[in-house]
Design a protein around this ligand. Sequence first.
Ligand SMILES: [Zn+2]
Length: 412
Amino acid sequence: MTTLIINIKQLIQVREANILKVSGEEMKTLPLIENAYLLIENDTIVDFGKMEDCYSTKAETIIDASGKIVMPTWCDSHTHVVYAGNRVQEFVDRINGLSYEDIANRGGGILNSAKTLQNTTEDDLYQQSLQRINQLIKLGTGALEIKSGYGLTLEAELKMLRVIKRLKKEQNIKIKATFLGAHAVPKEFKDNKSGYLDHIIKDMLPKIESEDLADYIDIFCEKGYFDLEDTKRIMEAGKKYGLKSKIHVNQFNSFGGVKLAVEYNAVSVDHLEELSPEDVIALQNSNTMPVALPSCSYFLSIPYTPAKQLLEAGLPIALATDYNPGSTPSGNMNFVVSTACIKMKLTPEEAINAATLNGAFAMEISNQYGSITKGKKANLIITKPIENYNYLPYAFGENCIEKILINGKLVL
Ligand SMILES: [Zn+2]
């Protein structure tokens, strides 16, 4: 099957195949072709260029993109989209003055989600998650990572990971799975955190390996949750089972987690709302992608990741949603890109690079996703007629997306 898109006003994020991420100054540039065409064969981008060089007329489907922008779909490298129910009551409680920590202390928060999930069947959980993913695709997301961590028992963590595996298998979208057993200490292990970590390492990880349920391992490295010693144990255990790390770190405190994650060659360090000069130094000369989650900062009214500081240090940055029921009940990458521009002062070029190619890098799939490149998957956003790509972050809250192609197929 061939699809030809013609008269594209701006074809953006056009890259050579060897560019797998962009860092520092490079992020200021978003390569594009004005008045372009793009040719798809089956699920792959096979050709593109200036309209005047478009000789192909044999395509089975022709899409006229006059006045419109064509770009790669968003790559959301950090989500918790598999969850049961919602936490809308805690949202109201927070408006009425309770903090994230107050809510956690009285049994809300992650433990609340865990309880609901434990009482939800695997099939129900699959259906709820699928509904959310279908919404994300309509908002332009074409690849995503999904974490466990709302189970917190062997049975419930396996349930989450099996749901993610089924989504991977049955849905036409690229998904990476991360095991986040160490998301919080469950009630049964209230005064025995070390016992819970033993349970993760001795009981959960072997099962996860035998069913091939995870690509990565994660831990919530934060004061009041898991400390550096715990983080080291989890990354060490992950390594034994062939799972690289993607770590929740520096959301509320900076105390050495970034440096530790870099020592273990973590694929990404995520959150970084709090950032020390030592953290920045640790990230330099590493391959670890810093990931900012601005809609989480927005929802919780906490500081935003100091992205400019990272870029000035020559580092890359990726943007992701952190879609979860507690701190970010939104998987809208368009809003993430807008918020990164408005609140973190990223330029539209920096934000779009961070949400496409660098997002793909944070899932180790940037050889196939995240840019307009011959040989990459034809995962594309076609916008409504708009002036130029700057309009996308500018018009926050407006849905500028007209069509979506996933693996070369029109899904919207
Ligand atoms: Zn998260």
